[in-house]
Design a protein around this ligand. Structure first.
Ligand SMILES: CC(C)(COP(=O)(O)OP(=O)(O)OC[C@H]1O[C@@H](n2cnc3c(N)ncnc32)[C@H](O)[C@@H]1OP(=O)(O)O)[C@@H](O)C(=O)NCCC(=O)NCCS
Length: 370
């Protein structure tokens, strides 16, 4: 006989503070145990994220209890009500270290998968540290491995300002037809349409075996994500390249400074329109943006980012900037792999940097990626 496990739903927008604090304690304990080199989210950051998701995101959570004590497991499911990827949903499960191997994770996963199925989400997807228990747990539940991701970290003490300045200087030779457009905070109204359009370059990023439709990024979607930033303590720093002959924004990169965690910034998305690649636009924008952020916030000690391990272009640029491999992650999904010829989904190939989940809002783990 196993333990009596009780699962209770938690609606983070309205849940009492003490329940969110109890959920945070489980998540922080689980993450510190599996990745002691990383700081788990502070209570303030965790609660701010949970209380303020974008308007298009439903984000049910569940708590698991064993006996009469506090919660020992937390699960969540991101249900984005957007026109694309209606069958996709990101799930997370964390079980406190002392409660593991007692079927708590399995009970939570059953609940999450039932909720996903009830919402028509045939592609629930989970990410887990490769050297933690997550991949074996997911495999035991019939998930198949879809994509390997590298999480990298740049220590600001390693930043070579001369190198970055050299990249910026070379842009004048290699990219004479382009000019720089930068802002911090919300996207200025005059750039909103162009910024939404260039954000769709993320649809060319590699997803390996993840089945994901092209995202439709409208100005409203950009605004819905940005509207959450003040409450979540996120300050975005953006640099774009404008192609002067057409006036179009054709490349962009974004860094996020966190007021709740000022020592570590995050690299969010970077994208260069395929028609404008190999002119040094990526190097130029990333160099400019990093120096802008560090000049404004010298308290930043590190910048972290995620990239698909298959994303050679973005990884080599990041390595050249001084990013070093930090953690290995894998993404899995339970649905059987479709054959390439019959899949309605695109196989991805291209560039992805920073947080692919700013638009697929992956709010829980902090939003970096790809
Ligand atoms: C992964 C996690 C949720 C599992 O929770 P759990 O309550 O310990 O899992 P269960 O007891 O339900 O395990 C079910 C099965 O998964 C497999 N499994 C779980 N942990 C495992 C481990 N450390 N090594 C090998 N297999 C493991 C086993 O097959 C296990 O069955 P068994 O105990 O009869 O052998 C928990 O370890 C955790 O919080 N990890 C960190 C976060 C994470 O990776 N989450 C998963 C992705 S969202």
């Amino acid at each position: 006989m196993g333990d009596a496990i009780r699962i209770e739903p938690l609606e983070p927008r309205t849940a009492p503070d003490d329940l969110l604090a109890a959920a945070h304690a489980v998540v922080a304990a689980a993450r510190s145990f599996d990745a002691p080199e990383d700081e788990p989210p502070t209570l303030a950051a965790y609660v701010a994220d949970l209380r303020h998701p974008p308007a298009f995101l439903r984000w049910p959570h569940w708590l698991a209890f064993v006996d009469d004590g506090g919660p020992v497991g937390v699960a969540s499911l991101e249900l984005a009500d957007l026109p694309d990827n209606r069958n996709f949903a990101e799930l997370e499960i964390d079980v406190a270290p002392e409660a593991r191997r007692r079927r708590v994770g399995s009970a939570l996963l059953r609940e999450v998968l039932a909720a996903a199925a009830a919402d028509g989400r045939t592609l629930p997807t989970a990410a887990a540290l490769l050297d933690g228990p997550g991949p074996r747990f997911l495999a035991a539940h019939g998930f198949t491995f879809r994509q390997r991701e590298r999480r990298s970290r740049l220590l600001t003490s390693d930043v070579d300002r001369d190198l970055l300045t050299g990249w910026i200087d070379r842009a004048a030779e290699r990219a004479g037809d382009y000019s720089l457009v930068t802002w911090s905070g919300p996207c200025p109204e005059e750039h909103l349409d162009g910024y939404a359009r260039v954000s769709e370059v993320m649809n060319t990023a590699p997803l390996d075996d993840i089945e994901f439709e092209d995202m439709v990024i409208t100005p409203e979607r950009v605004r819905a994500v940005q509207a959450t930033f003040p409450a979540r303590g996120i300050e975005p720093w953006t640099a774009c390249a404008r192609h002067d002959p057409t006036g179009e924004l054709v490349a962009f990169t974004e860094l996020w400074y966190h007021q709740h965690r000022p020592a570590r910034a995050e690299q969010d998305d970077t994208g260069v329109d395929p028609a404008h690649r190999r002119r040094g636009l990526g190097r130029w924008l990333k160099a400019v943006n990093l120096l802008r952020l560090l000049d404004a916030h010298p308290e930043v000690r590190a910048v972290s980012t995620w990239n698909a391990e298959s994303n050679d272009a973005m990884l080599s640029l990041n390595v050249a900037m001084g990013f070093r491999p930090w953690q290995d992650w894998g993404r899995s999904s339970p649905a059987p792999r479709p054959s390439a010829s019959t899949s309605p989904h695109r196989r991805f190939s291209g560039h992805r940097d920073g947080d692919d989940r700013a638009h697929v809002p992956r709010t829980a783990r902090g939003s970096e990626a790809a």
